[in-house]
Structures are given as C-alpha cells and as structure tokens.
Design a protein around this ligand. Structure first.
Ligand code: 0RA
Length: 643
C-alpha cells in the first residue's frame, strides 16, 4: 500500500482495525463489560505507572475521578516515549502505545513483564473502550499532548504544547469510558478502587498512590497510601484488628537470576489457618499456586525441626501438621518473575514450578535463621502449634461424632430445611432466612420447584473466635453444612454443592446486617470456594412501604424513595420504614424480594481476599471497639460487597 495524503495513513487504518476488534469483543480483553471490566480500565493505566515505579522511575501516582465521571491517572515516571517508533515510521512511540494492541510494554526492556490473565493487555485497550482519551506527556523538557475519540480514532496527533515544568517527567492519561460499551453504567466505585490502590501500595514499598474523588458524592475526598515497610506493613495491617501473638513482624527476601521473592509474617492468637495471602507481579493469586506450596512445605519442615531440636516436641510425639503451624499465621508472599503462568478457574493460581524451589529454599534458610535469632517468638509459635495439634485431634473426634449424628456426608438433611423439588443444583437456590417466622413466610412465598428454605434462629456462633470442634456442636452450623451438602474446611468439595445460589435473607437493620456478616464469615472461612466462585448472594428486602390508591407499594432504598417522590410529586401519604421481614406476608415477600423476575440480588465477591480478611476480622474478631465502630460506619455499605 502507498501512503495516502488523507489524514489516515495505511498504518492508521491497520491500527484502527485492531482496536475495532477490542470493541467487538471487549470481554476477551477486560473480562466483562460490567462493573468489573469498567474498573479494569483504571487498573490497566495504573499498572503501567506501577511498572515505571518497579523500574525505579516513578514515586507518585495520582488517580482522580473528575466531576464529569472521567478518570485521570497522573504519574511522575519517565513519560511515554515520544520519538518515532522503529516499526511505524509515521507514528510516534506514544501513539503506538495508545493504539496498537499489546504494544504497551517496555520495548525490549528487562522488567518483569506480566503476560497472563487479564492484566497487561495494554493502554490501547482502554483507548478502544473509551469515547475520549487525552494524554499529556512531560519528557525531554517539553509538554506533549494528543487525544483520541470514539474508541481510539486519532483526534489531535501528538504535538508539543509548551515546556514541561523544570526537571519534570511523567504521563497523564485521562479517559472517558464509553457508555455504548459499558451499558450497565460508567460510575466508578470509590471503595473498589481504594482497596486495589492500597494493596498496590503495600506491594510496592515507598510508592505513593493518591485517590481523589471529585464527583458530587465524593466531596473531593483525598486518600493517600504509602508504605515504607511494604509487605511488613501489609501484615501489620491485616493483623491490626486481631491480637498479635508477638509484636515483631518477620521478613525475608531472596532471588535468583530469573525471579525474586519476599515474605512477611506474624502470628496472631486467632484460630484461622488460612491467613497466607500471595501475589505474583503484584497480582493477587487467590487460588494459591507454586509460591504458596513452596512456602508451606518449608514452613512445616522448619518449625517441626525447631520444635524437636528445642524440646517442644518429644521423640515419640507425632509431628506438627501444616495446618497446626499455620493456625493464627498471617503471611504475605510476594514474588516477581518474568513470565508468570496464571492458571485455575479464575486464572489466579501461579503455575511456574521454578518459583516453588526458590521460595522453598529461601523459607528453609531464612525462617530457620529467624527462629534461631528470635527464641522468644519461636517458643510462642511452637507452643501455639502444639496446642492447635491437640485441638485438631479433639476436633477429629467431634467431627466423627457429628458425622455419625447428622450425616454430614449427605445421607440425611436437617429437619429444619424445606427442600426444593428440583435435584439440579444449577437451578436450585437455598434461602437462609433469619428467624422462624420469616422462615415461615418465605416457605409459603417460594417457588417450591427451585427454592429451598433454611430458617436460622438467633445468631450463629461466631466462627472467627472459636475452633472448629466447638463450631460443630452448634446446631445451626450443622444444619448449614448438611443443607449445602459439600462438607467444610479442607474437605469442602465445590462439586457437591446442592444449590448454585445461596441467598442470605435477613432484615435490613443493624441486627440483620450482623447476622448476615456472621453467615458470610462462616461461609468465607469454611466454604471459601462458594464465595470465590460467586455462589453467595444477599437478598434485598425493601426498606420503605407507602400506599397509592389503597394499594401498598414497596421501595427498595432511600434512592428508590427519592425517585418515587420525583415521579409522584403530589404524593403526601407517609412512608413507613419496614422493621423486618416479619411485617410482610408471603405474597409481599415474593413480590418484593424473591420473585426472580423482579428481585435484585447482591452478589458477594471478594475482590481482594487479603483485605477482606482484615474486614472479616474487624467484624468478628477479639477487638470489640474496632468492631463496634466498623459496624456503625459500614452497616449498609459492606466493603467486600460488589454488585
Ligand atoms: C513504553 C515505554 C516506556 C514507558 C512507557 C511505555 C510508559 C507507559 C505509561 C502509561 C502510563 N504511564 C506510563 N509511563 C510510561 C519506557 C520509557 C523509556 O524507556 O524511557
């Protein structure tokens, strides 16, 4: 093809065809066009800035949601290169980065490049899915500007726009997500972004990430995260609302030619043995993988050896098991490697075998040294593990007894359960309903073919504060386990679940939210995959009712009430605030809350399990004060909920 004199060159057209592919199948590049995909756009730009930080060229990233809903990401990195690109003679490198798929990475650089999952698809994808993008680059003493419209069409070509402030370099990317792509909406959720930025700040020691919300409801709120202790601070943060077993936070790091690992750890007095959180190239690996395996193996070996060498375990004693040692452990494992292989159901399991040996060797040597150098702490750790081992043996006995009694392996169902007639888990739903009377209404209201009802009375046992042997004596816990039908803890088998939707139905008040949280904690701790795979939902009974021409109308929340008043300005009848599910009869309950055609269910997703861990602990743990404050300030907006 020859060069045209038009504004579009042949290369421009080729480039636009690439971006067109992204617009045709956005899901392939950002996972979905719902809220998760929308937020991915922000992460993509921020990830690029974080890459600059990892390469040692950037110390500050600012993310601002502008009044009109656009997102602006500023960094003080080197600035996207502005010179001519070697492959595309008529384009600058910056234009290539913004318009060519997968060109975002460093050209032949030697950073640890991300190559898997949904991450690292490139800023060009953000361009393709935005109605407008503006880029400012401070580099070589000049300020450069370029803009795009309608999914990546060049608007203003890269041009110098005056001088950059003295000695300043950096990139600003401003983008307006395209409502034609994100049909569910283009509203960013501040808490979702904040959780992610906090996590990134922990994983990139010394990097400051600031978030400013400039929208009406954001009140110009500014939040900054910067952790000079890196993942040591992360561990401390996760443990703040728990009671630490000792003050010190352990830390070690190691590397070889191809990869590096850093690990921070501290034990608390709690009983959760699921406190290991791992990351690969700054991406949360919630399904674990080789790095976690290496750590666990070495941890079990080193602590057993220490306990034997120092007389905490006798020759004749059985060894401590991994779970005994992990009880109360909070650890952050962060690895960086050149080509991470992300596997598993949610592409969040690290598959690289080579990292296992590095982590295992590093933990073997450094943890051994750490225990030798910190005998007081080492003694507390081994003592706790020995106690956990005793409890484990007691629990086994209790578990066997429970099995015999209520047939947790599926032979019998709890008496309180009103099951559905369908035997197909995929279409079946289990409603867990607070209180017997509401349970009765739900039973009458339900679609008996696909909806099962399990009433739960009072507050189920707080699972964060008790060991499993105690939990199993609780009848509510037993009923839950056998109704769901897939076991619990290590033995939980997602393949066996009897319902694909577990719906929590509790009152919309503080008590209801407490019960909901207790249930969520139980499910998260004992049936984690159920939550991670998106099987858990929260029903939303309406908050208000009012009368229109003698018939009752229900309104979901304050927002719905305002909308109703706007549409019916003459309405003067009162709005009753519904106190509980018990106030509705079964028809009303069906119409407002259970009818699949009309209901709105909130899907519970754990965005960042490590941060969620802290939230759960705050809610359920020993620290009564922080629990009270948390429930009061977050009764409605539970942080780990995403819609
Ligand atoms: C390509 C090459 C280099 C940096 C970047 C892209 C870059 C991209 C973004 C996106 C947001 N902020 C960014 N900062 C940098 C390497 C630059 C060099 O070698 O000088």
């Amino acid at each position: 093809m020859t060069q045209t004199t038009d504004s579009y060159s042949a290369e421009d057209i080729q480039v636009l065809e690439g971006l067109e592919a992204v617009r045709k199948r956005p899901g392939m590049y950002i996972g979905s066009t719902g809220p998760t995909g929308l937020h991915h756009l922000v992460y993509e730009v921020v990830d690029n800035a974080v890459d600059e930080a990892m390469a040692g060229h950037c110390t500050q990233i600012e993310v601002e949601i502008l009044k009109d809903g656009a997102c602006e990401v500023r960094d003080n990195g080197r600035g996207i290169p502005v010179g001519t690109h070697h492959q595309y003679e008529d384009l600058s490198a910056a234009e290539v980065v913004l318009t060519v798929l997968h060109a975002g990475g460093k050209f032949g650089g030697d950073g640890y490049k991300v190559s898997g999952g949904l991450h690292g698809v490139g800023v060009s994808v953000v361009n393709a899915l935005s109605s407008k993008v503006e880029v400012e680059i401070d580099r070589d003493g000049k300020r450069h500007f370029m803009s795009f419209k309608d999914g990546g069409e060049p608007d203003q070509k890269l041009a110098i726009n005056g001088d950059a402030p003295k000695d300043q370099t950096g990139t600003t990317v401003r983008f307006w997500p395209d409502i034609q792509i994100f049909k569910e909406g283009i509203d960013f959720r501040a808490n979702t972004l904040l959780e992610r930025f906090q996590m990134m700040a922990f994983l990139n020691k010394g990097l400051e990430i600031t978030f400013i919300d400039n929208r009406g409801n954001g009140n110009n709120k500014k939040t900054s995260y910067k952790y000079d202790g890196g993942i040591k601070d992360f561990v401390q943060h996760v443990n703040t609302s728990k009671e630490a077993l000792f003050e010190k936070v352990g830390f070690f790091q190691d590397q070889d030619d191809e990869q590096e690992v850093e690990i921070a750890f501290q034990w608390n007095t709690g009983f959760n043995s699921d406190g290991i959180h791992s990351f690969a190239n700054g991406i949360s690996t919630t399904e674990g993988g080789m790095h976690e395996q290496g750590f666990r193996t070495a941890l079990t070996r080193v602590v057993n050896k220490y306990a034997r060498d120092n007389g905490q375990l006798n020759k004749s004693d059985d060894g401590l098991q991994g779970e005994d040692i992990r009880e109360g452990l909070t650890a952050i494992i962060s690895v960086r490697l050149r080509e991470p292989q992300f596997e598993g159901q949610t592409k969040s399991k690290l598959g690289n075998v080579s990292i296992k040996s590095l982590v295992e060797k590093a933990t073997g040597e450094h943890l051994r040294d750490w225990l030798e150098e910190n005998p007081k702490e080492a003694k507390l750790i081994t003592q706790k593990a020995v106690q956990a081992a005793r409890a484990r043996i007691a629990a086994r006995t209790a578990r066997d007894a429970t099995r015999r009694k209520s047939a947790l392996d599926g032979a019998g169902l709890p008496g309180k359960l009103t099951d559905c007639s369908s035997k197909d888990p995929e279409e079946s739903e289990l409603y867990i309903v607070e209180g017997n009377s509401a349970g009765g209404s739900a039973k009458d209201a339900r679609d008996p073919r696909i909806m099962a009802i399990l009433p739960i009375r009072g507050k189920i046992l707080n699972v964060e504060r008790s060991r499993i042997d105690k939990m199993l004596n609780n009848t509510e816990v037993q009923a839950l386990i056998s109704a769901i039908g897939a076991g619990f803890g290590d033995e939980f088998d997602i393949e066996k679940i009897r319902y694909h939707k577990i719906v929590l139905l509790a009152d919309a008040d503080v008590d209801g939210s407490h019960i909901r949280t207790l249930l969520l904690t139980f499910l998260y701790r004992q049936m984690k995959e159920l939550v991670l795979n998106g099987h858990v939902y929260i029903a939303q009974p309406p908050l208000f009712s009012t009368e229109v021409k003698k018939s009752k109308i229900y309104l979901k929340d304050e927002h719905a009430r305002e909308l109703f008043l706007k549409e019916n300005p003459k309405h003067k009848a009162d709005f009753g605030r519904l106190k509980g599910l018990g106030e509705m009869n079964s028809d009303e309950l069906w119409d407002t809350t259970m009818d699949p055609e009309k209901r709105t269910l909130l899907k519970v997703t754990v965005e960042q399990a490590s941060i969620a861990d802290e939230v759960f602990s705050k809610l359920m743990g020993e620290d009564v004060e922080s629990r009270k404050t948390f429930i009061q300030t977050n009764a409605k907006d539970v942080r780990f909920l995403d819609i």
